[in-house]
Write a protein that binds this ligand. Sequence first.
Ligand SMILES: NC(=O)c1ccc[n+]([C@@H]2O[C@H](COP(=O)([O-])OP(=O)(O)OC[C@H]3O[C@@H](n4cnc5c(N)ncnc54)[C@H](OP(=O)(O)O)[C@@H]3O)[C@@H](O)[C@H]2O)c1
Length: 332
Amino acid sequence: MRYVAFPGHPLPVSQVCLGTMMFGDKCDAALSEAIVARALALGINAFDTAAMYSAGASEQYLGNALKTAAREQLFVTTKVVKGVDRNSILTSLDESLVRLQMSYVDLYLIHWPVQGMNLTEMMGALNEGVRAGKTRLVGCCNFPAYLLASANAVAAARGWAQLRCNQVAYNLMERGIEVEILPQASLEQIAITAYRPLAIGLLTGRFLPGMPMDAATRGMTDSRVLTWLSQHGRSLERFVAYAQAKGVEPAQLAAAWVMHHPAVTQPILGVSSLTQVESAAQVPGVILSPAERQEITDLFQTEVTEEGLQRFPGTRYNFPRMRRTLTLAVRE
Ligand SMILES: NC(=O)c1ccc[n+]([C@@H]2O[C@H](COP(=O)([O-])OP(=O)(O)OC[C@H]3O[C@@H](n4cnc5c(N)ncnc54)[C@H](OP(=O)(O)O)[C@@H]3O)[C@@H](O)[C@H]2O)c1
């Protein structure tokens, strides 16, 4: 395993973070705990969960699995369940700590912007969480650059803890964060933890044009996978061939491509089996030269527009729609 610095935190973190969204969903308690034990044995020390994953079961299974590990050697992230008012943030943090069986998390994130959100109240509550020792760092997910900057301006003016991380989707077919979010992160030393690096499994080569869909995969039930498959089928075939020629799994190449962006701190690899965690742990060993990364980028004709412009029918969270309709409480 290779380890990298996480802005604002003393612990070097594994270059890949384990995503636990499938715990309590595709993975029962026993499998979830076995996956975490394997991850620890392979040197992964960063784990991402959220209060909303399987209504808290993900946090619970993760907490059980980490109970006997040395707490100070772990980097655990969780997220506010919903609502960014003071009460929701602080109540949700307390509930997460109970499920995780921990006295603190390393990083506490706002999960999504919320209509009418009040940045002063939100940053004040996050600061209270830090002051109480319940989280070491705070951050956000899915925030446009202007919103993160505005929230941090509120905090800076009051001497409060600032958002140190933006957790955002990034993969070969979703590159909108290259426009504003990644440059902001480099400039202001904001950590970027990149979710969906495998495009929900599409970049693993398990779905190719004309190939029967595997009923056991998440791709079967997610409209985005079919949309991308129809848009990028030829590119996916070329990508799989490129991985074979380099002697790595397509999933590892896709995650390594994300990892090699200089502003990315860690890709978050979502896994639902022991084989997948073993594959994930090898990603830091996949080294790409700048020329190779560019060649891989060029296999796809991805439109790089701010936050992406893909239309996904039935998808609840959608960056362009959120940006068009977001309202904020006026800053005091
Ligand atoms: N902050 C946010 O808003 C947000 C949103 C989404 C996710 N996340 C976090 O990011 C993590 C990753 O997101 P994600 O799971 O959607 O993204 P992903 O990494 O793009 O997709 C993961 C899926 O790919 C398949 N897979 C993984 N490794 C594989 C391998 N070696 N070979 C073949 N298939 C493989 C598995 O599908 P099957 O299960 O079908 O086998 C797995 O569930 C989540 O667990 C969560 O912690 C955060």
